[in-house]
Design a protein around this ligand. Structure first.
Ligand code: GN1
Ligand code: MG
Length: 354
């Protein structure tokens, strides 16, 4: 994106800062994100929200801002580093709308942080667990029905299966052939992967505020590897605790990146699982029902699975949803997640937390 265009968009926000330069932060699969460097600190993060994916941008921003404000009220005066802070547009909105489909939001850049794509130590796994748990604990008293459901049925397994089945019907012969084994594996897990959804629909699991994208790269750490801040609150919505517990494990306990193609490198790290769960439960154990606790391990499997299912569906749809770097990228992501499930299943009883 051209610098002058970014500067122009940046200057539609009420920040009193002077734009100097920018660089793309290219780790997400959906939005376009830029670090804006200004003459003085703090720097900013400018993000173009993908309007094909997020249909209701005002609703999305309302979720993000109200959750941040709720958390900030409960934190100390260092809160600016512990929670996202959004800057209003000059028109007084939490986003800037330029023209057809072009929505932007601006937040303060939290500096002196690191992120991890692959976890190397139990300490990081523990800190990640504690921070995800803290996010859920601090939002526990927020009425989740006040949140907009920004992507309808986001983690709804039946819905994701119906999209998969539609994709199977429309897919090319070539892609169906390439994905033959993965399609079979997905189908064989269908019943087990509906257990949590059925419990949720039967009203047996509490509906809470959930983040819904708790992958490790969405957690900021200090340079000393202390958990600092959960970012990317785009998908904050009503949900069940298992989504957030599980999606973090999907990335924290994978010994490789989610698109690693050498599947020998993809294994489930049980030590990181234990450390993560310890950190998570330190925050959340008092608020969990026995049923919620019992099903946490299945939450991990279900979240790994739902990503395998969604990546495979997008592959069959010729990559219309996720950003991809090459033709088989989504298929490789799906193979990776299915290998992780296989390795997860091999852990057997040691996964129990109750
Ligand atoms: C997407 O764009 P990003 O990386 O924040 C996706 C998540 C997936 C994730 C997989 C709105 O998140 O659900 O877990 O990719 N977000 C949306 O890495 O679909
Ligand atoms: Mg996200």
């Amino acid at each position: 994106m051209m610098l002058h265009k970014l500067k122009h968009i940046f200057d539609q926000f009420d920040h009193h800062a002077v734009f100097e330069t920018s660089e793309e932060l290219a780790s997400g699969h959906i939005n376009d994100t830029f670090l804006i460097k200004t003459r003085e600190k703090p720097f900013f993060v400018l993000q173009r929200i993908n309007h094909d994916v997020f249909k209701d941008v005002p609703g999305l921003m309302q979720n993000k801002v109200s959750i941040s404000q709720h958390i900030r009220k409960k934190l100390s005066d260092r809160a600016y580093r512990l929670v996202l802070t959004f800057v209003k547009s000059k028109q007084g909105n939490s986003f800037y709308f330029k023209e057809h489909k072009d929505f932007w939001c601006l937040s303060y850049f939290i500096e002196n942080c690191i992120t991890h794509d692959i976890v190397q130590t139990s300490e990081v796994a523990y800190e990640g667990g504690q921070l995800v748990g803290e996010f859920l604990r601090l939002t526990d008293d927020f009425d989740s029905s006040k949140l907009v459901e920004v992507i309808s049925k986001f983690h709804d397994m039946s819905y994701r299966f119906s999209q998969f089945e539609a994709a199977l019907k429309g897919a090319s012969e070539e892609r169906l052939d390439n994905a033959e084994r993965q399609i079979k594996t997905i189908q064989s897990l269908k019943a087990e992967m509906h257990i949590l959804q059925n419990l949720k629909e039967a009203g047996k699991i509490k509906i809470r505020v959930t983040h819904n994208d708790t992958k490790i790269s969405n957690i900021l750490f200090t340079k000393e590897n202390k958990g600092l801040c959960v970012i990317d609150t785009d998908t904050v919505m009503p949900g069940i605790v298992h989504y957030d517990f599980g999606d973090a494990i999907r990335t924290i306990c994978n010994t490789a990146a989610e698109d690693e193609t050498n599947l020998d490198l993809v294994r489930f790290n049980i030590d990181f699982y234990k450390a993560y769960a310890e950190g998570f439960l330190k925050e959340m154990r008092p608020s969990l029902s026995p049923l919620e606790l019992k099903y946490l391990p299945l939450g991990a499997k279900t979240m790994i699975f739902i990503m395998a299912l969604r990546f495979l569906t997008d592959y069959l749809n010729n990559d219309v949803y996720y950003k991809t770097a090459y033709a088989e990228h989504n298929l490789d992501r799906s193979k990776n997640q299915l290998k992780l499930i296989e390795s997860f299943d091999n852990m057997g009883e040691s996964l129990n937390l109750a």
